[in-house]
Write a protein that binds this ligand. Structure first.
Ligand SMILES: Cc1cc2nc3c(=O)[nH]c(=O)nc-3n(C[C@H](O)[C@H](O)[C@H](O)COP(=O)(O)OP(=O)(O)OC[C@H]3O[C@@H](n4cnc5c(N)ncnc54)[C@H](O)[C@@H]3O)c2cc1C
Length: 419
């Protein structure tokens, strides 16, 4: 039986970051990952065209220092993403062209304005309807939020979303960079760095506490640990049988969370036919709402591609459809924004994250009925040697790769300093 100081459940960017920091701090560790590869919501595939495609998390900015440092530390290459002025939106059936970025509908300022009710108990939709904004601003807010959060506005708690947004020190040009080799490659290198302390195909199915040790059940046998970091989303915490009486609260804690639905489609073209058109760098639509597309090309040339995102309603509309049907539906949505040439990509990588067995989709948020108390709070604190380290728990940039790295290191810091 293996015994370690800290067992880490999950090898997404939060688990890997925690593991490396704990090892640097002198702890013996073991990372147990349910899937065959590390990375979680970060996943890279190399296609027959020899290029690395990002199925999940991809973009970061220079102020996301942890991701930038990791990319540099593992000798990978950061590439600047092309950003031309201009954007297109199809809202309420109208094609609208913006000269610069989409104008900020002012909602974020309203959410944090002096006198704003931060404890508004309803949905984001209920709140938005009370703000007296025009139909275009409302449609823009709806599609923008739903695409990121992966659920309809009516299912998103105002307090939950406001709390998340309040933790973003900056959000300007957040899609400034991508990694040429892919962030899944980065996760692979981090796991390789851990050597035998990384174990794939090792879902933790049960966790008990006996005689001062945690007992973690995996298909490869029981692992004993003095402390545990659960580095996966609360929406999947219900897959673990929490056997110890002091962990019984976790048995149904996952019901407080709703995982975001998300399908990502990367389309590569021989040439960026949209350059010089009114598309600029981004498109969005409210039919279906939750759909957006951006120019994800290399700013220095050599790679011309678009990244489209179906969140929430759009992802659910496509659920269960064969890939060619999804693609045909996506093309129908893209053509009014980009013209008929959008139908001729040279390569397509389509990934439906909704209901992924170990990740459950995009961003985890609060599920109805929304309790007055924040269901993240007990996870943030951890209990008696059991810590939680998923991106959504980060004090800065929650829900992003940067948040995952920061939360992983923060939890490691707490363990190392004996908190
Ligand atoms: C389509 C998509 C696009 C995105 N784009 C961006 C982007 O451009 N920029 C950005 O910053 N962020 C982006 N994100 C978000 C970002 O990918 C995530 O915030 C981040 O990767 C989360 O990392 P994590 O380690 O916290 O969690 P996860 O990546 O969810 O990792 C959890 C890990 O735990 C494992 N696990 C779960 N249960 C168990 C168990 N019982 N036993 C063992 N292992 C278990 C899972 O298999 C998984 O590997 C995107 C996400 C998606 C889905």
């Amino acid at each position: 039986m293996t015994t370690v100081d800290v067992a880490i459940i999950g090898a997404g960017m939060s688990g890997l970051s925690a593991a490396l920091a704990l090892r640097e701090g002198g702890k013996s560790i073991l990372v147990l990952e349910a899937q065959d590869i590390p990375g979680g919501r970060v996943k890279t595939v190399t296609q027959p065209d020899g290029r690395a495609y990002e199925k999940g998390g991809q973009f970061f900015a220079h102020y996301m220092t942890h991701v930038c440092d990791l990319v540099a530390r593992y000798g990978l290459t950061r590439r600047k993403v092309r950003k031309m002025p201009g954007a297109v939106a199809i809202l309420n059936g109208q094609r609208i062209v913006f000269d610069g970025d989409y104008p900020e509908p002012g909602f974020f300022d309203l959410m944090f304005a002096d006198g704003a009710d931060g404890d508004f108990p309803g949905s984001l939709l209920d709140w938005a309807l009370q703000q007296g904004l025009d139909a275009q601003a409302l449609a823009q807010f709806k599609t923008g939020c739903e695409e990121i959060m992966g659920n309809p506005l009516s299912e998103l708690s105002f307090r939950s979303v406001r709390d998340t947004l309040g933790k973003f020190e900056r959000f300007d040009d957040s899609m400034e960079f991508a990694c040429v080799e892919g962030l899944g490659t980065l996760a692979g290198l981090m796991a390789r760095d851990l050597g035998p302390a990384f174990r794939a195909h090792a879902p933790v199915t049960a966790l008990d506490r006996r005689e001062g040790l945690f007992h973690l059940t995996t298909p490869q046998g029981t692992v004993l640990a003095r402390q545990v970091v659960f580095a996966a989303g609360p929406a999947v915490s219900g897959k673990v049988d929490w056997q110890a009486p002091q962990d019984a609260w976790l048995r149904d804690h996952s019901r407080h969370f709703l995982a975001g639905k998300m399908t990502k489609i990367v389309l590569r073209y021989d040439t960026a036919f949209w350059l010089g058109s009114d598309f600029g760098s981004a498109g969005q639509t409210d039919e279906p709402s939750d759909f957006s597309v951006m120019d994800a090309s290399d700013a220095d040339g050599g790679l011309d591609c678009l990244a489209a995102f179906c969140g929430g309603t759009a992802a659910m509309m496509m659920k269960g459809l064969a890939e060619d049907k999804v693609l045909s539906r996506v093309m129908d949505i893209l053509e009014p924004m980009l013209g008929p040439m959008v139908r001729d990509p040279v390569n397509v990588v389509l990934t439906d994250w909704s209901d992924h067995p170990w990740v459950r989709g995009g961003y985890d948020t609060w599920a109805r009925p929304w309790a007055k108390s924040d269901p993240w709070a007990p996870l943030r604190e951890g209990r008696e040697g059991l810590h939680f380290a998923v991106s959504e728990l980060a004090a800065e940039y929650p829900g992003l790769i940067e948040g995952a790295c920061r939360r992983g290191r923060e939890v490691a810091g707490r363990i190392l300093s004996g908190i």
